[in-house]
Design a protein around this ligand. Sequence first.
Ligand code: ADP
Length: 587
Amino acid sequence: MKQFRKTLCLVAAVFAVLFASCSKNTSAGMKNGTYTGTGEGKGGDISVEITVKGGAVKDIKVLSHNETPGFDKAMETLKEQVIKTGTTALDTVSGCTLTSKGFLQAVGAAITQAGGNPEMNAAKTAGSIKKEAKEQSCDVVIIGAGGAGLAAAIEAKNAGADILVLEKMPMAGGNTLISGAEMAAPNNWIQQRDGITDSPEQFAKDMMKGGDNINNPELVNVIARNALDGAKWLRDECGVVWEDSLMFFGGHSVKRSLIPAGASGKELITKMLAKAESLKIPILYKTAALELIQDKDGRVTGVIAESDTVKYTLYAKKAVIIASGGFGSNIEMRKKYNPAVDEAILSTNTVGSTGDGITMAEKIGAALTDMEYIQTYPICDPLTGTLLYFDDARLYGHSVIVNKEGKRFVEELGRRDVISMAIKAQTGHCCYEIIDQRGFDESHLQANHAPEINYLMKNNLLTKADTLEKAAEFFGIDQKEVVETVKRYNTYVAKGKDEEFNKRSMVHPIEQAPFYILKAVPAVHHTMGGIKINTKAQVLKADGSAIPGLFAAGEVTGGVHGKNRLGSDAIADIIVFGRIAGKNAAQ
Ligand code: ADP
């Protein structure tokens, strides 16, 4: 995180110098007309066109961008603020830092072209706004518009409830949006086509084993039995498109994980949001739930929430559902429950994952469980902690992972926690993932994740070379050793048996130039612990009784994944329990 901040400060400093050079101009001095500007966002260039009338910016159009859907909402928020205040010296939208910076940089460049100073009216943004008090009432209030919250919202609405969703970020999606969103679903249609034998029982066994058998078996069984139905519901009810192949995630005994179109959470969230919109489900964005309201008998009857301008008292006639995600971005909370997961470890999570729901529920007597189990994801950006979709290559079985000495040190399809810890123990606490051109193509990296590939190349985190030696040289990896390692691996592929690490799926040898090497580190990815629930998604107290009127679903809950969550089990969890919570809350 520190490194990330450093990078951002550097970027900010560059902008400051850039803008300072035109500080003699004023916004008022801008000439009427339209002007374009370009800035660098997370997905590459952001181009905008501004319209200047009467010396002020009257309109801003985004001409092109490649930002993640959802994150682009940050640009709408900033557009309003720039037009209102006449300055680009604004705070970035939290959770969308790079998109915000790119947008403001583009607008700033256009203002400069118009003869203005983009930071001229910075003082106008200062000052506090007195919040208006508002009361509202509905049947069910849902906290969080990630995967679990949206699934709950759609089901509750379909069951006839009048609902309201609160989302503290300017966009929906949470960690679900930025995940690969693969979903474990035993006995799915692709397994049947490909002759893969599977069952809910086998999936439940894998989940238990993956969690070192401390998971709550009742919750595990609910997920295992309902995951396939959840995947079909996403397809048939929400329009989610599943790709025609499966991924093999570490710790699963068979290939059973469905891949959404584009291999990212964008597909799930855009389709679920569209469904929610078609059902006219209201979502209050930039509105954070702060505390739960209870009546004198302890029944949860509402939520206190707050936006920039309004303090809400929201009454829920039937129930409140907490679907506010985990606490991977809350360093203090991480350290409280597991001191080893401190600020030195980056996080893949959105900034919204601060454990608010856990804190609110605990305050009214909910029991928490497994809080110390915090999972790191092995293949993340060494600069920012972002989970890297390049890792699809590993999950398709195409890559080998080596250390600086050019040696393999772990089974590439093992459990995330095992791979992460193994990486931490290597030189530089990092690893190098190697694929060839065939692995690159067959993992659909260019088609699905081109902006990430460009970003990685630009930041010297990914290299491509005609020979393995040259690629290894780029990172200072032992060239002779890496060539030997890959040669040996290729003999295992030919034999169908990995004699060193027993890799469970080896698709083809690594031999077709050019070769690619990615540098990666582990980062906090999923918090297994959270609010204790039963199979009806009711929130439980320490004595095992349910808190009336309160449900929870998704990463905010604990007990489902035990000590360690297997890849693609989170989507199964959030969809299955999100739907259960929605249906039951609407009763
Ligand atoms: P899950 O996978 O369990 O659905 P996500 O991380 O995908 O979890 O979604 C959780 C959502 O809840 C995120 O969009 C996050 O911004 C939102 N959220 C977190 N805390 C609050 C809060 N206090 N009020 C409203 N929304 C919240």
